[in-house]
Structures are given as structure tokens and as C-alpha cells.
Design a protein around this ligand. Structure first.
Ligand SMILES: Cc1cc2nc3c(=O)[nH]c(=O)nc-3n(C[C@H](O)[C@H](O)[C@H](O)COP(=O)(O)O)c2cc1C
Length: 287
């Protein structure tokens, strides 16, 4: 079952219709990924420069839609390249203009900068973000989930082993995401979309992990510098940038496994000075 199917389940029937559309990139991204293909997506994803667009989506049967839900992943602390291509497509922007949008972010656990980018895309399209749901890996601590997601993305192995849990969002959490559909349905019936995010948050739409987001904010800044450094050697797919991408790969794993634990320790030692409730309100809002 996909996240979209789970959430939209309760919206189907009872006078409501759900129409699914797929975002298909003009050039497919591989699965499972090779290491080179995976890192090649990094600079453009981080800098918001999708190398190609999406295949046309037939919007003729959804012109009278009341609500648009977009489901997509995070790549390198940014919206995935297909999601970026979707939101920057002129036909899509015209379609979204004046509509209410819910974004569902499927990711490992770093969603904050994706949410900032999505807020901007929705604003640029003249639409209103009314809901933001994060489906993330809650099975495993941060560093274990790095290992399980690599096993999934590079080797196609999602199932648990004797030592590792299942990769990514668990089947149970995926199934339980249908409760967000119930919240959306009831809020729609109450004509209270302005309160949707508060109701979604009350139903657990974003599990807030401040130490992970602390690492994400630092990583996002460093990724930006690396992405520009790699792009100096060439654009998407240019073999001349392989050396710099390999260096980024070494940097990434060194920082993740050797430095980030100290970052987390520093975060918790300075926790009393961090105004977490205020940040939580800002980070989880759709404003
Ligand atoms: C190229 C690439 C980069 C990714 N970068 C991140 C990331 O920065 N943060 C994160 O939380 N998840 C990241 N992920 C994980 C995805 O957001 C997603 O959780 C993963 O692909 C599993 O989703 P699936 O089960 O739909 O394939 C990345 C995935 C890919 C393919």
C-alpha cells in the first residue's frame, strides 16, 4: 500500500471522489540506485535545479477538485527532483493557483528543509498550503536508519535482518496513516480547512525530533557549499564531477558516523537554551 492510498482510503465514497495521478519524470530515476547515480542527483536536488521535467499530467478530469494532495520524498535535505519538477511546471502552477494543497512528505527523518521549500513552491503557485504530513522512519535510531535506507536504495533490500529493522516507513505506520484521511474528511465536512494542520498535528502528523532537525539544519548549509563546489565541474550527469562527488560521499559518511553523535550530544547539553516549543510551532505550521 502506498502512503497516498492509505491516507485517501477514508476519503473515498460517502459523496467524495479521489482521483490519483502519478508524477512521472521525463527521464526515469533508477531503482535500486547505483552509488554514482545516487550521488549524481545531489547537487541539483540541493540547489533546486531539476535537470528535466515531468511527463504531462492530464488535469481535465480534476478541474473541479476541492483539494490537492501531493505526496513525495526528500532527497538530500530537499524535495526530490521529480517533486521539484512538478512544482515548477507551468501547467501545474496554473492548476494549483487558488487551490488548497496538502503535502505528504515520505522520508527517512529529515523533512524540515523540504517543508520550507514546499511552502515556497505552493506560495509561488498562488495556492494555499493547508496540511503537512511527515511519514518517516520511526523504526530505527538515526544512524541505523542510514544503514537500512542505503540497503534499500542501493541494494533493493527492505526486509529486516537479524540485526537491522525494516528500512523506511514501517508497514504499520503506513496503514495507520489512514487516520490522517479521516481528519481531512471530517475537517472538510466541517468546512474548517483553516484548522486542518492543527487537527493533523493532534493526530500525530509530524513526529518532532529536535536533535535530528538540529543536524539537518547544519547539514543543509554544508550541502549547499558542496553542491556549488561540485557544479563548478559540470551539470547533471557530467563525468568530470565524479571526483568531487566521491569526496562528498566520504565527507557525508564521516560526518554522519564520526561527527554527528557529538553534534547531538552538544544539542542535548544546550537543550534548555533552545526554545524548542517555539521552534516546534514554527516548524510544524503551514504558514
Ligand atoms: C537520492 C535520495 C536522497 C535521499 N535523501 C534523503 C534525505 O536527505 N533525508 C531523508 O530523510 N530521506 C532521504 N531519502 C530517503 C527518501 O526520502 C525516502 O524515504 C526513501 O527513498 C524511501 O522511500 P520509498 O519507500 O518510497 O522508496 C533519500 C532518497 C533518495 C533516493
Amino acid at each position: 500500500m502506498t502512503a497516498a492510498q492509505s491516507i485517501c482510503g477514508p476519503l473515498q465514497g460517502e459523496g467524495m471522489t479521489v482521483v490519483y495521478k502519478q508524477i512521472v519524470p521525463e527521464q526515469p530515476f533508477p531503482f535500486p540506485w547505483s552509488k554514482d547515480e545516487f550521488f549524481n542527483a545531489f547537487p541539483e536536488a540541493r540547489l533546486g535545479l531539476p535537470p528535466y521535467g515531468i511527463q504531462p499530467i492530464d488535469l481535465s478530469d480534476i478541474q473541479d477538485a476541492d483539494l490537492v494532495m501531493v505526496v513525495g520524498q526528500s532527497w538530500f535535505l530537499s524535495p526530490s527532483l521529480p517533486i521539484q519538477s512538478f512544482f515548477t511546471n507551468e501547467c501545474i502552477k496554473q492548476y494549483l493557483c487558488g487551490r488548497s494543497v496538502i503535502f505528504v512528505n515520505a522520508c527517512r527523518n529529515m523533512w524540515l528543509k523540504t517543508s520550507h521549500a514546499i511552502k515556497q513552491y505552493v506560495k509561488d503557485a498562488g495556492a494555499t498550503l493547508v496540511g503537512h504530513i511527515v511519514l518517516q522512519d520511526n523504526n530505527a535510531p538515526n544512524l541505523v536508519s542510514v544503514i537500512t535506507i542505503i540497503r534499500w536504495l542501493l541494494y533493493g533490500k527492505k526486509e529486516p535482518t537479524r540485526l537491522l529493522p525494516q528500512a523506511g516507513i514501517s508497514d504499520r505506520e503506513l496503514a495507520e496513516a489512514s487516520r490522517f484521511g479521516e481528519v481531512i474528511r471530517d475537517t472538510w465536512r466541517d468546512r474548517a480547512l483553516g484548522n486542518l494542520q492543527d487537527r493533523l498535528l493532534a493526530a500525530g502528523a509530524i513526529k518532532y525530533k529536535p536533535s535530528v532537525l538540529f543536524i539537518e539544519k547544519i547539514g543543509h548549509r554544508m550541502f549547499g557549499l558542496w553542491a556549488k563546489f561540485v557544479r563548478k565541474k559540470g551539470g547533471f550527469g557530467d563525468p568530470r564531477r565524479r571526483g568531487r562527488l566521491n569526496a562528498f560521499c566520504i565527507y557525508l559518511f564521516t560526518v554522519l558516523f564520526a561527527v554527528s553523535p557529538f553534534g547531538v550530544l552538544f544539542f542535548w547539553l544546550t537543550y534548555p537554551f533552545r526554545h524548542i516549543p517555539r521552534h516546534r510551532n514554527e516548524d510544524c505550521s503551514v504558514k
